[in-house]
Write a protein that binds this ligand. Sequence first.
Ligand code: 26Q
Length: 821
Amino acid sequence: ENSTEHTRTGGSVDSLKRAFTDNLFYVTGRTFRKATPIDHYTALAYTVRDRLLERFIHTAQDYRHQRAKTVAYLSAEFLTGPHLGNNILNLGLWPNLSQALTELGLDLDTVLDTEQEPGLGNGGLGRLAACFMDSLATLEIPAIGYGIRYEYGIFDQEIHDGWQVEITDAWLRNGNPWEIPNLQRRFPVHFGGHTEQYVDKQGHQRTRWLPETTILGLAYDTPILGYGVQNVNLLRLWKSEARESFDLQAFNHGDYYGAVNDMVVAQNLSKVLYPNDEPEVGKVLRLRQQYFFVSCSLQDMLRITLRDTDGLDHFPDKFAVQLNDTHPAIAIAEFMRLLLDEYHADWNRAWALTQRSFAYTNHTLLPEALETWSLDLFRRTLPRHLEIIYEINSRFMDEVRMTFLGDQGRLARMSLIDERGDKAVRMANLACVGAMAINGVAALHTELLKTTVLKDFHDMWPEKFSNKTNGVTPRRFLALANRPLAALIEETIDHGWLRDLNEFSRLEPYIDDAAFRQRWREVKRIAKVSFAAYLREVTGVTVDPDSMFDVQAKRIHEYKRQHLNLLHVVSHYLRLKQQPDLDTPPRTFIFSGKAAPGYRMAKLVIKLTNAIADVVNRDRKVNDRLRVVFVPDFSVKVGQRLYPAADLSEQISTAGKEASGTGNMKFSMNGALTIGTLDGANVEIRNAVGEENFYLFGLNVDEVQQRFADGYHPRDVILQTPELHEALDLIGSGLFAHGDKQLFAPLLDNLWNHDPYLVCADFHAYRECQGRVANDFRDAELWSRMSILNVARIGYFSSDRAIREYCRDIWKVQPVSITVS
Ligand code: 26Q
């Protein structure tokens, strides 16, 4: 090898070894002998980062010189998962780095495992943003992800006595090699105070905002490399800081303690991610967080626009701004404010620019999950924005009146202000009015949006609506997570699939190849054995890798119906007890997921899972055929271990409640079969993989509506479903609570008397369907065929496809190829 190859850029085994050793010494300040695993990780991360930087700089330059239109993806969450492995894969350095480390007496997988993942998101929405960043870079689309650099991400979950305990997530404790603080990029952000009118020198009537406080946003940049390309996009996260102390002194009249207190308040803004995946009422810090990152991001985009174009009017040619749900929807009002008050544009010009620049993705159908802010709190925090929203609303209401000729109900429903009871600002309405495009995240979800929660807006502007079914990145969720499967696929159809997942269809003929099916099973077994080892390490529970791994991994929510799964587990347990000779394949029921800290029912579901596990796993009569485990602290990292090991994927939400789901795609991509309802993207997954390769059960959306319309009485259903009745009674008996009959009463009472998610109504169909699953699983050849077909036909659910559609239909952006000599 070329011994003069540069230590900071070379890709040969020798230069990688040299670079690693150098970084170990010069970055961590440790000798090789004294280095800890964290030092190894840090040294390797810098070694890889060095190899990104040149491309990073080239990319920024080329995008600028080509005056490329850029996607600005605004999201309160980016759940990226660990960066190191992904960057090694995307750089094509895997073989050489792994050899380099081996030669140094280290193991790549061990080093990768040391990374503390940035948990800057709750679940699906944050992970989608990360998959989209990966695909944008891979497709060579200029893009910036804008968000918040939370110092504490989603809490770490520990299980104490079966209960969830939340531990703060100090993900930055060992430093973060991936971020580059860009301390010259700082913007002021204002809060509170009041507004006043004045007349400027040209005699124009203008508004001035006299805020109560001003803080700063500092940019922290993380490079996002595409796979097999030279493009490196930017994830720019804002950290809040107090202004310099001389400012504080001036404003606080020498009140030192007051000044210090203001600094603490300012720094608190980006301190912690809200761990709810539904809006919580009245949290002023959350509104401030949203406004904070949106304001910094828009100021940054305006700066770039003025730098690279002939003026503000080119903003829509320079940026397509995507709002990831309503969390950044305040951008509509902030963009208007910046144009009106800072750049002195007139209203019509400002509004036209706004309506050409923004697009809005909705991620929920639950009406209670649509974000609103109390008018009072909003006025106190953002007085100028409230005025602007009133003005937008007054003009918009005129438009509605004209379109629907004084339909009062419509006016009240579409108003940006909810005037009933405690008045509130409706963020979804603001997003719909300000955006040029509105999309749902699965075909069914988009249809339901048009007919339910956003119906009025669809009636008014049908042309704004389109569907963009979610997707996931096959780089992380297949190539990285499941190297044995990726290797088998590569051997079979070559490697083009990582950039074009439709290539997977070439696997289809291999269903008839017995040797291939055999290898397919071996690959699945490798993943299961390795997951079993992990389980033993973190829970102490031993599981049989030859049992069926039946997995539900997602946030704990009543609508996702983990309790339906648990009722099946209990009923399965009862059956094994009653019929000891029953011929059924051994099963391992695996649960994983976090509950929002204030969501009592969800936390009780976790307790119930662990309580059932405790009894069942100790019961000698069944425990060679039945195990139940709760995997603590579900995360991207845990997901990467879990998806490859699953035989069966549980996607069992009440029809009409899950917007899309993306875990469903990750499981299927790794060869699991799905048991699921006709909800979210399940519908499209089933159509793609074929109905004979998907275990469908339960009420569909129409039937769910009908059921409620007819008057739903879960008690009647329970009394007519003996297996359900028995399972509920067994839980009520105290068997899983050391005799305490009250522990699970809130859950049981809810099911008997309300059951808002139709657990009881769907139980029988679910249990019956699980019977078919068990039957089929015993036929290993049949199962393998179905498993292969799931992978062969999953190509559509790549986030690359989703991003291509956004680019074509909404953003109107083109790829820009980067070549670094
Ligand atoms: C809002 C305001 C205040 C506090 C918290 C929130 C908040 C935070 C996170 C509201 C919602 C979320 C997250 C929602 C989410 O993850 N939705 C999921 O998005 C996925 C990607 O589109 C879909 O696949 C899932 O169906 C949807 O549930």
